[in-house]
Write a protein that binds this ligand. Sequence first.
Ligand code: NAI
Length: 464
Amino acid sequence: MASYDVIIIGAGPGGYVSAIRCAQLGLKTAIVEGRETLGGTCLNIGCIPSKALLHATHMLHEAEHNFGNMGLKGKSPSVDWNQMKSYKEDVVGQNTGGVEFLMKKNKIDWLKGWATIPAVGQVKVGDDIHEAKNIVVATGSVPSALPGVEVDEKIVVTSTGALDLPKVPKKMVVIGAGVIGLELGSVYARLGSEVTVVEYMDAVCPGMDKDVQRGFKRILEKQGLTFIMGAAVQGVEASKTKAKVKYALKKTPETEESLDADVVLVATGRKAYADGLGLEALGVKLTERGQIATDSQWRTNVPGIYAIGDVIEGPMLAHKAEDEGMAVADVLGGKHGHVNYGVIPGVVYTTPEVATVGATEDALKAEGRKIKVGKFNFMANARAKAVHQAEGGFVKIITDKETDRILGAAIIGPGAGDLIHELCVAMEFGASAEDVALTCHAHPTYSEAVREAALACGTGAIHS
Ligand code: NAI
């Protein structure tokens, strides 16, 4: 039994980043994690392993489709799936090991096991009760269940099972055209699976800019993914080796349709996870959607208990959790904690990548805001053309018509997930499109497309 200034429950990107900032601020800090390795969903079974598979399969795609054209002759590589999975595990190991190193470096105690909060100021791990002046709940999220669909993580899988399939399926049905469905769907399409995505809405990635939704779907279709839109999945019948996905189209709801699959990926969203902590007994308030309710400084209604990340409201993104982790540490260290929720980028790590930040054109129009839109296609960007990633991509910047202040942006194109940050920084500084347009951008870079879109908000882009 030990006594701490702060105990953080959950060592995902929210929790571990918060622990480091707490330690940097001189607080005696412990982190509780029941998994064998640190890093939470993101590092173990989410962002990081999926990025390894996205990278490996992108390389395969390049070898199969573009090497010949670049004068790189010879047989295309064949896929050793087990080796690809061990590469992925190695990437995961390096990252989770890195977090463990950071905990030691910052003198943060890792309390191994699953935590409960028996009383305010106490955290129980195994048989030990530790005292804490403050507790931060950073327990994340889990895949949400779909009625009529039983996940066995073998034939009917969530992202967890999809990252570790014993073999590449011949036919895969993905339920949900959100981020997980499209990232993992494109991994398996590149590996040769016949991938069909069944989506309830009429567009992919609900909530994203409409131009992006249309362009992105077209690009994915060209890459071999098939979409069935406006289709509500009603159930999945699974045997030991196969599954049948039953759905109804919104326009013909009385007709039951079905699809056969070797593997079904259920990617219909995630839900906050705080089960078994004992929050109910402590009287911690939850939202209607089962998230922990917090105020603007991440305090719950129970003094001394804070919450951050996927377990509270807001986008379920690792970087949003990290920002909240640092901010809540600042609060605990006696400072003011700040997260600008208006400038949190969203990225889909397909090829090309898709990235967005701020408001969408539609949302601003619906509000009656007077706006300007500057758009530039990657087809006119020399660098993107050189790497076969110009087709269908663009940068779109939306500004206030009167002030030229940047209100939002969307990018489909090479390196979009990195390019978006130029616009995030601009937005943080309240910059205008002209500020970006007047900044010299190196040639030849993808970032020139950002400048051109900014120019298009004013006098006009040069290369269009
Ligand atoms: P999502 O919310 O992005 O997409 C779920 C999709 O499933 C929606 O388009 C929805 O309309 C559809 N759907 C729901 N019920 C359906 C039904 N019965 N039939 C057909 N379609 C149905 O959820 P997803 O992709 O599972 O991701 C979960 C969370 O993880 C998200 O918050 C996402 O932001 C986060 N995430 C972020 C990543 C990134 O930043 N690159 C990567 C992976 C996950």
